[in-house]
Design a protein around this ligand. Structure first.
Ligand code: R5P
Length: 314
């Protein structure tokens, strides 16, 4: 593609490769190395002067993924790229999006500032932890929804007698949208946070007994929220239980906890690398969606055709 070059950081190279394949392009030559003390060094080996440079990098932990992105943006700017578009399939540090107690940071805003100050001209991201984070950026941001690829998977599966379950109040809007699209019922867990990465379900709102359930959430971190929802559904006599989430952060023991849980199937996206299994864990790729969005942005074509406006309001 003339005047447009696509590069990848190291946080999710398989996704960037799949995006390149979708666009019929090669990934550009961006060398990234660590010094002995682990500081990061990057160099564009291609001439990017006057080009629109698209850099793909999710910013899940470690924070090096974010630093690597910032340094790559800076290098692209200093190499006279015409514009730098960053594709951030998973935007980390998004959960601290307001002061919910005294003397804490709003890390989502800080990350937005760092990306902007580094020289990014546009951000393309997906299922932000809360939509208002879009406004933390003073540069254009395109917000995509993975439901575009996940919903068809579940629609095709056509599970009878289905109820879509929000494992906490934060995911109720997503669950409501999914229940409508899947012609399913809706239920919600009343989850209370008991500490950092700790929570318990105190109540379940909606009919689940005798129904097949699909638990949906934007992300799974420790899997505490997800597994608590699954166990509560079992205790309340749900039949088969399925799960779906956009960003499989899966820290610590999450993967094993999910594998051991009474879950028929868990379907996530590839915004963060995730190991699939033949029996239980599956991924649906968002590469095509992100690639099309990045290319449309670079060629001044519409992006709104890539998401459901109803979901935008959710
Ligand atoms: C909460 O607001 C999110 O939507 C997820 O439910 C939460 O971040 C998942 O965290 P964990 O897997 O550690 O319970």
């Amino acid at each position: 593609m003339d005047g447009i070059a696509l590069f990848s950081g190291r946080s999710n190279k398989p996704l960037a490769e799949a995006m390149a394949k979708h666009l019929g392009m090669e990934l550009g030559n961006l060398e990234i190395k660590n010094f002995s003390d682990k500081e990061i060094w990057v160099k564009f080996h291609d001439n990017i002067r006057g080009k629109i440079v698209i850099i793909v990098q999710s910013t899940q932990a470690p924070a090096d993924n974010l630093v690597e992105l910032l340094i790559a943006i800076d290098a692209a700017k200093r190499a006279s790229a015409r514009a730098v578009f960053v594709v951030i399939p998973y935007f980390g540090y998004a959960r601290q999006d307001r002061k919910d107690e005294p003397r804490v940071a709003i890390s989502a805003k800080l990350m937005a500032n760092l990306i902007t100050v580094s020289g990014a001209d546009r951000v393309i991201t997906m299922d932000l932890h809360c939509s208002q984070i879009q406004g933390f950026f003073d540069i254009p941001l395109d917000h995509l929804y993975a439901s575009r690829v996940l919903l068809p998977y579940w629609q095709e599966k056509n599970i009878p007698n289905l109820v879509v379950v929000a494992p906490d109040v934060g995911s109720i809007k997503m669950a409501r949208f999914w229940s409508k699209k899947l012609n399913a019922g809706l239920a919600m867990m009343d989850k209370r946070r008991t500490g950092h990465n700790e929570s318990e379900v105190v109540n379940i709102i909606g009919e689940v007994a005798g129904k097949n359930a699909l638990v949906v959430d934007d992300m799974i971190d420790t899997a505490g929220t997800f597994v608590a929802a699954i166990n509560t559904l079992k205790n309340n006599k749900a039949e088969k239980i399925y799960g779906s989430c956009i960003h499989p952060v899966c820290s610590g023991e999450a993967y094993n906890r999910l594998y051991r849980a009474p879950l028929e199937e868990l379907v996530v996206t590839d915004t963060i690398p995730f190991v699939t299994t033949p029996d239980k864990f599956k991924t649906v790729s968002v590469a095509g969606l992100l690639a099309t969005a990045a290319m449309n942005a670079a060629t001044n074509q519409s992006i709104s055709s890539l998401f459901d406006k109803e979901e935008m309001r959710r």
